[in-house]
Design a binder for this molecule. Structure first.
Ligand SMILES: CC(C)(COP(=O)(O)OP(=O)(O)OC[C@H]1O[C@@H](n2cnc3c(N)ncnc32)[C@H](O)[C@@H]1OP(=O)(O)O)[C@@H](O)C(=O)NCCC(=O)NCCS
Length: 223
């Protein structure tokens, strides 16, 4: 199995909602993806699976070519969409099942920080480097946004995800007491050092190379 990362599109929402429900079964309201995909200060990426790892690059290229040929909506189309959304709610395009989505990551660009809202990988595809690929892509995406550092919060009991973030230089930066409504669990805030600093970039490059040695080359098309 091979994996590649690309921007999330409206057609992906049905699959991403399934992944999100599997990853966050309790205590979390579903993400309003239609609104989030229109939010200029947010970015969502998905990880797709290919049965044959050598196909990852060609599938990512095919997606990139399709993206380039997409015409941006005209002013009239945007007006019609805006009015329809207000009257009857947003209409979703039909789901695209031609690519299997195994994980996603959401990032908000807030001032000079990038805040990871969620990262999730389908249970059957965990421990194959996909979470790492998504995290790496979200950091790469944040650099051109002039984000100084990355931040997030997660359950204090979520040791697996904490290990992932620690690997990428996130350090504990505080606790939000009783943050999660379902069991009143505390949230741990984790933050990186400056991501553009040479030390952090050096660390990222070593992690990129180690990921490639272990899992093979991966394509990250960030749009
Ligand atoms: C956290 C999560 C995204 C990790 O995804 P993944 O694809 O399994 O992660 P990877 O295979 O890329 O693992 C990368 C690193 O993460 C850490 N890690 C991941 N899962 C771990 C686990 N269960 N226990 C300990 N460490 C773990 C390890 O450091 C690992 O590096 P290693 O292989 O060199 O030990 C996935 O477990 C998940 O979706 N969990 C549910 C949702 C969630 O908790 N999200 C995080 C909060 S927003």
């Amino acid at each position: 199995m091979g994996f590649f990362v690309r921007p999330m599109r409206m057609e992906d929402i049905v699959q991403v909602v399934q992944v999100e429900r599997e990853c966050f079964p309790t205590g979390w309201a579903p993400t309003p993806f239609v609104r989030e995909l229109r939010n200029r200060r947010a970015a969502y990426l998905v990880a797709c699976a290919t049965a044959d790892p050598s196909q990852s690059e060609s599938e990512a290229r095919a997606f990139a070519a399709r993206e380039r040929s997409r015409q941006p909506p005209s002013l009239l189309q945007r007006l019609v969409t805006g009015v329809r959304d207000r009257l009857v709610g947003p209409a979703l395009p039909p789901p695209d099942f031609s690519q299997t989505i195994v994980g996603f990551v959401g990032v908000w660009f807030m001032g000079d920080e990038s805040h990871i809202t969620a990262i999730g990988v389908r249970e059957q595809d965990r421990r194959h480097g996909v979470g790492e690929l998504l995290l790496l892509a979200s950091i790469e995406l944040s650099l051109p946004q002039r984000s100084r550092l990355m931040t997030l919060e997660l359950r204090v009991s979520n040791r697996g995800a904490q290990a992932l973030y620690e690997k990428y230089g996130f350090n504990p930066a505080g606790v939000r007491k009783r943050y999660y409504a379902d069991n009143r669990e505390d949230a741990l805030i984790m933050t990186t050092d400056e991501i553009a600093a040479p030390e952090y970039q050096g660390r990222l490059e070593r992690l990129r190379q180690a990921h490639t040695r272990r899992w093979g080359p991966s394509v990250r098309f960030l749009g």
